[in-house]
Write a protein of this length. Structure first.
Length: 104
């Protein structure tokens, strides 16, 4: 049973890597090397940074620990309020960053 789950996660990870490789091939074929390709890669640096920070990085680890601790000590209502506040702050920061980038 556990081997099946390991194979599933490993298979999806491999599929993700292959899709990324195909994306890189298509971007290189359509954009080539030059200022347009550079602009494309720079434009995707910032969204990827926020995805890595919030989904894969230290923020998610810290949030899960704080949320779990709050859920155990203060209850579901307070933990959900904390989650809502956190999401609101992150959305406001990302919206502000988006506005700065669009207006610049």
């Amino acid at each position: 049973m556990m081997l099946r789950h390991i194979a599933t996660v490993g298979g999806y990870t491999m599929l993700s890597r292959l899709a990324g490789f195909a994306r890189d091939i298509l971007v290189a074929a359509y954009l080539g090397a030059g200022p347009v390709a550079d602009a494309f890669f720079v434009a995707f640096k910032f969204p990827n940074f926020f995805r890595r920070l919030s989904g894969e990085g230290a923020f998610s680890v810290a949030f899960i620990q704080m949320f779990s601790g709050m859920l155990a000590t203060k209850g579901q209502q307070e933990a959900l309020a904390f989650a809502h506040r956190t999401i609101a702050v992150m959305a406001a920061v990302m919206l502000g960053f988006l506005l700065v980038m669009e207006l610049a």
